[in-house]
Design a protein around this ligand. Sequence first.
Ligand code: URA
Length: 222
Amino acid sequence: MKNLRNALLLKQLYQLKQLGYRYTNITPYKEDEPNLILPNQLDTLKKQADNCHLCQLSKSRQKVVFGEGNPNADLLFIGEGPGASEDSMGKPFVGRSGELLTKMIENVLHIKREDVYIANIVKCRPPNNRAPTPTEAHTCQPYLLKQIEIIKPKLIIALGATAYHYLTGDETNITKIRGTLHEQNGYTLIPTYHPSYLLRNPSAKKEVFEDLKKVKELMGKE
Ligand code: URA
């Protein structure tokens, strides 16, 4: 009996590992848990995320912010998590930092915003704009990993420390690591500063401009 329980537990832990967990402090899910079988189409994945109650953020959210953009985009931007405007509209980066992100995409990269894809580490707003907890980020991660698997971007731009950390597992300070290229899982990842940071520290825009010049080169646009 105990061996069977251990075998089931091991199986469940392997399944969590395949879903992208590096570690877990959650109780392994039950055999018949339907929520962790993720579909291979973005629209069905979105429906599943819209009904997600796997973490506490689902209790305080207004809308799930799944992500939006070109489902075949070469370029995927990943932020931290929805803020108040995103939570009420159900769309990523629609507030002040969104305006700046749109300018970065359209005025610097010369790409239309609807031609890239934009998502976040967590799909529901952390209260008071705090950073997501490790449990929230890891619980939400299978959705993001599935989005990446479906979209198959060539390049992912991690916006800020939280996005970089949860996409790589690396905790190097963003000021040190920004602008560097990381080959992983079939795409190139480049971390840069988060647009909210740029709103507070406009002098850092020149570094982001440098990072975006690299992105342009990698996209063959320069
Ligand atoms: N900040 C983020 O990280 N994501 C959003 O969608 C909006 C603001």
